[in-house]
Design a binder for this molecule. Structure first.
Ligand code: 5RP
Length: 224
């Protein structure tokens, strides 16, 4: 029986086959992506560098000698490799467990292909069992909390120690339980319209094109 950590290593390495030589690679955030970054370091001489979705991934890429480009200076990317908190059978995802959802969505939008890497515990029928992360402007948090309550959501402000967690963008994260997201595209569009929402952690408009799922039988490739 493989551990979850071993499954993450497996899919992190498997993602290398989507990296185009000479290209700039879009790099996500999280423990699964950290395995990909380690694997990517083995071919750093064959890529131009990376665009990163978080300060944490940038630091990790730099430490391994991989050049990191500023996203604002790059037109588009061939591929974006990132993990997920949940992924369904259409490639729709919940992301943001690592609080990096806004930059992740930006880099995903820059990319022609989104390759999601995940262990098989992340595959779900319907999104929503994982508490949905939503990055918000702090002054709007109370109102947004009431808006979620009106649709059955229970909100908690993500903390770091005794203080609210502050994202790379200087904002807060609300984690919302009690939702069953049966229409990810419609849900994402609707919540994005709420004043003060920076990014909702449903990735439906920026869904995965491919998922490399780590299973006890090896890597299962799902294309959407
Ligand atoms: C970070 C994310 C991550 O991709 C997600 O939380 C999965 O992380 P991990 O690979 O550690 O399970 O969205 O904001």
């Amino acid at each position: 029986m493989m551990t979850q950590d071993e499954l993450k290593t497996l899919v992190g390495q498997a993602a290398l086959r989507y990296v185009e030589p000479g290209s700039i690679v879009g790099v996500g955030t999280g423990s699964t992506v950290n395995k990909f970054i380690e694997a990517l370091a083995g071919m750093k001489g064959q890529i131009a560098g990376a665009v990163s979705s978080s300060v944490a991934s940038t630091e990790r890429l730099h430490a391994l000698g991989i050049k990191v480009f500023d996203a604002s200076g790059v037109d588009d990317l061939a591929v974006y490799i990132d993990g997920a908190d949940e992924i369904d059978h259409s490639g729709y995802m919940i992301k943001g467990g690592g609080a990096a959802l806004t930059r992740e969505k930006i880099v995903a939008a820059m990319s022609r292909k989104f390759v999601c890497i995940a262990d098989d515990s992340k595959l779900v029928k319907t999104l929503g069992a994982f508490a949905l992360p939503v990055e918000v402007i702090p002054m709007a948090a109370r109102r947004i909390t009431r808006q979620f309550a009106a649709i059955g959501g229970v909100v908690s402000l993500r903390m770091k120690g005794d203080a609210p967690l502050v994202t790379d963008n200087g904002q807060h994260i609300l984690d919302v339980t009690g939702l069953k997201i049966t229409d990810p595209l419609g849900f994402e569009s609707a919540v994005n319209q709420w004043p003060g929402v920076v990014t909702v952690g449903v990735f439906a408009h920026q869904k995965a094109n491919v998922c490399l799922l780590g299973t006890a039988a090896g890597v299962k490739t799902m294309a959407f």
